[in-house]
Design a protein around this ligand. Structure first.
Ligand code: C2O
Ligand code: CU
Ligand code: CU
Length: 512
């Protein structure tokens, strides 16, 4: 066993031993339904009435420097206090000290360079989810940025930065809704839970030319669930709340952590005042384990509630009208809602068909007044290249299954836990491949570097995707082509508890 494998082995075992001492796994105590994998963690704080807090819109980050081919940002990562539940203080980890982090707005083919200095007490790795990014800036889980204040503990071998790192994003990709979040090996779940997530939008000429709602009527919505202690602190069942060792969560939460408060842009069940016009919402599910089925109540008459215009990988070829949006962790749905179909003065609730109790509600819109609207959803949206099965040169299989590792429960891919040293697939650049995913329970499966297309489709799997929401016991084939950047990347389950508990694998791209 190499030193690295042994360290990983010890890490997993130490975690699992801690777990084993706590409880015997009782699958019956966990919410394992067709809709959800996870265990509900109940808040101890007094929760606010829904729709009493205004929807915050994360500020757009200001570049510190601009050249014709690159914009530069400095975004420190630090602890801060936020008032999430009215009257209570929550200690957060935030990009620029806020949750969600500032929205970074990029332009296709113009480099974006973000320097993150780490003022937290724990290591970080920043990943741009959906980014077409060279390996060195992809936030590989062991490529850590250690705290400025030092880190007296062991780290696994990796490209270690001390105090800060500049992430370089060439942005050779279509207009799309991306997000950035923490990706530290074994501790992504708790660090994202504490607030390390934000939007990164890419614009291009193709999108600009469309008459979709823009400016103040193009709104990102980061939806996530959280639970709160009596004093307002985030509750999370980490084995080590200091996030040093061991990694992982208490046994009962092995399937995933479900909160009982729904936050949109960091506010509990907020309200947004809208005009009776069309709005574009870029919806992101940034939860650890919760899936949502979003609907509007009342349902508008005349047409579907939502018109989907974009997915993870940018604009669809044409509009996709939907009454419900089912969204798993890390997925993005860009939708247009036409509020002119509701009466001025009325309210419209975005509900969650998969929720129960408080999590049945997401947010509310108040239709305040009429206003001019020259926006439209055209029949043709993006220019979408369609990959064909005949182009696929190889088929690879990835089975996402629970298993045992040294006598303890873990989440595995092809029967193996994540090992940064093991390459599980080596696709040549430029080659179309067919990847077959199979699952035991629900897993949202995410591939870094390039998006894929889901064969067989389905209402929620249209266009270019980087995350596919897999049902229990399902087999899904996707076509993927890594276009450039040779190096080591990961694919993994985006249920963050599964990811932290080893459900991740490596692929290494190389020149053909
Ligand atoms: Cu959104 Cu590998 O992550
Ligand atoms: Cu990613
Ligand atoms: Cu999973």
């Amino acid at each position: 066993m190499s030193g690295l494998t042994r360290r990983r082995f010890l890490g997993v075992t130490a975690g699992a031993v801690g777990l084993g001492a706590l409880a015997v796994a009782l699958p019956g105590c966990s919410v394992l339904t067709q809709q959800q994998a996870g265990e509900l963690l109940k808040s101890r704080a007094r929760l606010p009435k829904p729709f009493t807090v205004p929807l915050p819109i994360p500020p757009v980050a200001e570049p510190t420097r601009r050249t014709p081919d690159a914009w530069y940002y400095d975004i420190p990562v630090r602890e801060a206090e936020a008032e999430i539940l009215p009257g209570l203080k929550t200690r957060i980890y935030g990009y620029d000290g806020i949750f969600p982090g500032p929205t970074i707005v990029s332009r296709r083919d113009r480099r974006t360079v973000v320097r993150h200095s780490n003022e937290l007490p724990v290591p970080i790795a920043v990943h741009l989810h959906g980014g077409h990014t060279p390996h060195g800036s992809d936030g590989y889980p062991t490529d850590l940025v250690l705290p400025k204040g030092g880190w007296p503990h062991d780290t696994m071998p990796g490209d270690i930065a001390h105090g800060s790192r500049a992430y370089v994003y060439p942005m050779r990709q279509r207009a799309m809704t991306l997000w950035y979040h923490d990706h530290r090996m074994d501790f992504t779940g708790p660090q994202v839970y504490r607030g390390l997530a934000g939007f990164h939008l890419v614009h291009d000429d193709e999108e600009d030319a469309l008459p979709l709602p823009k400016g103040e009527r193009d709104i990102p919505l980061l939806i996530c669930d959280r639970s709160f202690d009596a004093d307002g602190a985030f509750l999370y069942p980490a084995l080590d709340p200091k996030l040093v060792a061991p990694p992982g969560v208490k046994e009962a939460y092995m399937d995933g952590v479900l909160g009982d408060v729904v936050l949109v842009n960091g506010a509990p069940w907020p309200e947004l005042e809208v005009t009776a016009t069309r709005y574009r919402f870029r919806i992101l599910n940034a939860s650890s384990a919760r899936r949502y089925q979003l609907t509007l109540d009342p349902q508008p008459s005349g047409g579907k509630a939502f018109v989907q215009v974009g997915s993870d990988g940018g604009l669809l070829a044409g509009p996709n009208p939907l009454d419900r949006v089912e969204i798993a962790q890390a997925e993005r749905f860009d939708v247009v809602v036409d509020f002119s179909r509701f009466e001025v003065g009325s309210t419209v609730t975005m509900t969650n068909g998969f929720g129960d109790g408080g999590t049945k509600n997401v947010m509310r819109f108040r239709v305040a007044r009429k206003a001019p609207d020259d926006s439209a959803v055209p029949k043709r949206l993006g220019d979408l290249e369609v990959l064909r099965t005949g182009q696929a040169k190889v088929t690879r299989r990835f089975d996402f299954q629970q298993g045992t590792l040294h006598g303890h429960q873990a989440w595995l891919i092809n029967g193996k836990p994540f090992d940064p040293d093991r390459i599980d697939a080596a696709p040549p650049l430029g080659q179309v491949e067919r990847w077959r995913f199979t699952t035991d329970i629900r897993h949202p499966i995410h591939v870094h570097l390039d998006p894929f297309q889901v064969l067989g489709g389905g209402d929620y799997r249209k266009g270019w995707k980087d995350t596919v929401d897999m049902r229990s016991g399902e087999t899904v084939d996707v076509l993927v082509r890594f276009s450039d950047y040779a190096g080591k990347y990961v694919l993994h389950c985006h249920n963050l508890e599964h990811e932290d508990m080893a459900m991740m694998a490596n692929f290494r791209t190389h020149a053909a």
